[in-house]
Write a protein that binds this ligand. Structure first.
Ligand code: NAP
Length: 270
C-alpha cells in the first residue's frame, strides 16, 4: 500500500508540520509520496486536506525509506516500540531534542542510518535555521538528502553530533529567549506608563528592526556600540544590565538547556 511513499513523518505537530509545509510549498516531494503518522484528529484532517496520506498506525511507516521523527523526546520510547524494528536500509532523520543517534538506533532496534537535525520555530515562516549532524551509519548522501529537506524551511548549518546539545540550547530553544526578552521589555514599558498596545508595537518593531540589522554583516558588538553614546541613556541601561549579570544569566541558561538535553537522552537510553 505504501510502496510509493518516500518520506514518513512520525508526529506532525509544530515542528514536523513546519517541515512538511516547507516540503509541500517548495514542491520538494509531491504530497502523494508522503505519509504522516499522527494521533491528533485535527492534524490528520489538516494534512489529509493537503493531499498527504495520513494514518494513526505507526507500523505503516516501517518500510518507508526515509523516516522523519518529530514527536516529543519523552514520547519516543513508546513510539519506537511500535515503529521498530526498522529495516537497515532506512534513513532516519530526527528533529528531536537531546536524543543521540545511538539512543535512536537502540530504541528502534535497528542499524538504520541516522541523521540528527535541530531546527527552530521560525521554520514555520521559512526563516528558521537547522543544524544538521551526521549520526551513526549515515553517509554524506544522507546528510545531503536531509539538507534538501530542511533547506525548505530556512538556513542550514553543519555540525558534529557532539555539538548538538549546545546547538539545541542556542538556536533550537533560542527563539524562546527572544520572546522572554520581549515579554519583560513590554512589561517594563507598561510599568513606565506606556499603554499596552503602544508598548507592544514599540517593542516588536524594535526587535524586528534590530534583528534585520543583526542579520547583516556587522558584528553585534559594533551594532551595540553604534547606539551607545558615552554618558547617554543606552549606556546607562547597558551598564545596569551588565551589573545585574545579563551575560552570566545567558551563559547559565544555555548551560541548563544543554544539561537538560543530556538528561533527555539518558532517560530514553536507560
Ligand atoms: N517546537 C520547537 O521549538 C522545536 C525546535 C526544535 C526541535 N523540536 C523537536 O521537535 C519535536 C516535536 O516537537 P513539537 O513542538 O513539534 O511537538 P508537537 O507539536 O507536540 O508534535 C508532536 C506530534 O506527535 C504526535 N504524537 C505523539 N505520539 C504519537 C504517536 N504514538 N503516534 C502518532 N503521533 C504521535 C503528537 O500528538 P499528541 O499531541 O496527541 O501527543 C503531536 O501531534 C520534539 O522532539 C522537539 O524536541 C521542537
Amino acid at each position: 500500500m505504501n510502496q510509493d511513499i518516500e518520506l514518513a513523518f512520525i508526529g506532525c505537530g509544530n515542528m514536523g508540520g513546519a517541515v512538511l509545509n516547507g516540503i509541500l510549498g517548495g514542491e520538494t516531494l509531491p504530497p502523494e509520496k508522503i505519509l504522516v503518522v499522527e494521533r491528533s484528529e485535527a492534524l490528520i484532517a489538516r494534512w489529509s486536506g493537503r493531499g498527504v496520506r495520513c494514518t494513526e498506525r505507526l507500523e505503516e511507516a516501517r518500510r518507508v525509506p526515509r523516516i522523519l521523527l518529530a514527536v516529543k523526546p519523552q514520547m519516543f520510547s513508546a513510539v519506537a516500540g511500535e515503529l521498530g524494528p526498522l529495516p537497515t536500509s532506512s534513513l532516519v532523520i530526527s528533529v528531536m531534542a537531546g536524543l543521540s543517534s545511538d539512543s535512536i538506533q537502540g530504541a528502534l532496534g535497528t542499524n538504520a542510518r541516522v541523521v540528527r537535525t535541530m531546527p527552530n520555530t521560525p521554520c514555520q515562516i521559512h526563516a528558521g535555521i537547522t543544524a544538521i549532524a551526521p549520526g551513526l551509519g549515515s553517509t554524506p548522501e544522507d546528510v545531503q538528502e536531509t539538507e534538501r529537506i530542511m533547506a525548505t524551511v530556512g538556513e542550514v548549518v553543519h555540525v558534529e553530533e557532539s555539538e548538538m546539545y549546545a546547538v539545541t540550547a542556542i538556536s533550537g530553544s533560542g527563539p524562546a529567549y527572544v520572546f522572554l526578552l520581549a515579554e519583560a521589555w513590554i512589561d517594563a514599558a507598561i510599568e513606565h506608563g506606556i499603554e499596552k498596545a503602544t508598548a507592544e508595537r514599540l517593542v516588536k518593531a524594535t526587535l524586528q528592526g534590530a534583528a534585520r540589522l543583526a542579520g547583516g554583516d556587522q558584528d553585534p558588538a559594533a551594532l551595540r556600540a553604534a547606539v551607545t553614546s558615552k554618558g547617554g541613556t543606552t549606556a546607562a541601561a547597558i551598564a545596569r544590565l551588565e551589573e545585574l549579570g545579563f551575560r552570566a544569566a545567558m551563559n547559565e541558561a544555555i548551560a541548563a538547556a544543554t544539561r537538560r538535553g543530556r538528561e533527555l537522552d539518558s532517560e530514553v537510553s536507560s
